[in-house]
Design a binder for this molecule. Structure first.
Ligand SMILES: [Zn+2]
Length: 259
């Protein structure tokens, strides 16, 4: 069974065929899907979808690219969901993204710090987005996030950084980008890390792996991430699917009885 630990199935890309996309995921052997928000409206949509499908879990949070939209009322809404929604299993996605010039690093950091503090307040894992901001992301976690846990989704750092993160209590998420033939560094990391700290994800509708690269991504394609990890580590894809499913259940505290 598969667990796509990071899929944006609330995205407008699926407005016309969301039910079919989710059905194809089940047909591919999907057990659970974790759908993160990127701002308050998309977090609300993720919570709503978690009510609709027992296999869908949600994360709520403000993405660094949406950091300028953060308000005290928005943070209060996120706190409410964390308090009252049993299928909200993480704060995310949150973090830093220095690829784009806006919002400013200062605004992104402020919003990230606020949500790191929430993770401690509610004892919830963080679903972290770190794009071209490894140094500051690690610094903020070391400074404000002692005792936090979670996942670095769509991992893009070094092997050494991944090893430090694992010591801190984090899991490492791999997407279709690791499947691309040229991703030799990521493949090495996926081959070497302890298998009990690896998660698989699509980050759909983005980052489509081969053989569908260039097309819209969807949760069913997380199987190709499992296949590649199996190939790299000399395991069967069934073993990788089972272990990454258990890993996802462990970090997000999923039992299947959340209602
Ligand atoms: Zn994402």
């Amino acid at each position: 069974m598969l667990f796509d630990t990071h899929c944006h199935i609330t995205s407008g890309s699926y407005t016309k065929d969301r039910e079919d996309v989710i059905q194809r995921a089940f047909d591919a052997g999907m057990k659970y899907m974790m759908c993160p928000g990127t701002d308050v409206p998309s977090s609300a949509a993720a919570v709503a979808l978690s009510h609709q499908y027992k296999e869908v879990y949600a994360a709520v949070g403000i993405h660094p690219e949406d950091a300028a939209s953060a308000t005290p009322e928005g943070f209060e809404q996120i706190r409410q969901w964390l308090k009252t929604e049993p299928k909200v299993v993480a704060i995310g996605e949150v973090g830093l993204d220095y690829y784009w010039p806006e919002p400013s690093h200062e605004i992104q950091q402020e919003v990230f710090i606020e949500q790191i503090k929430m993770a401690l307040e509610f004892d919830m894992p963080l679903d972290i987005h770190d794009r071209e901001a490894h140094g500051d992301t690690m610094d903020l976690l070391r400074k404000y996030g002692k005792g936090t846990r979670g996942v670095f989704h769509c991992y893009s750092g070094s092997l050494e950084m991944a090893e430090e993160l694992i010591k801190m209590g984090y899991y490492i998420g791999f997407t279709g980008t690791m499947v691309f033939p040229k991703s030799t560094k990521l493949k090495r990391i996926a081959a070497e890390l302890p298998i009990d700290r690896i998660l698989i994800e699509t980050d759909c509708p983005y980052l489509t792996p081969p053989p569908y690269r260039g097309k819209r991504n969807e949760p069913a394609y997380v199987q190709y991430v499992a296949d590649e990890i199996a190939r790299l580590r000399g395991m069967t894809t069934e073993e990788v699917r089972q272990i990454t499913l258990e890993n996802g259940k462990r970090i997000f505290g999923i039992t299947g009885d959340e209602g």
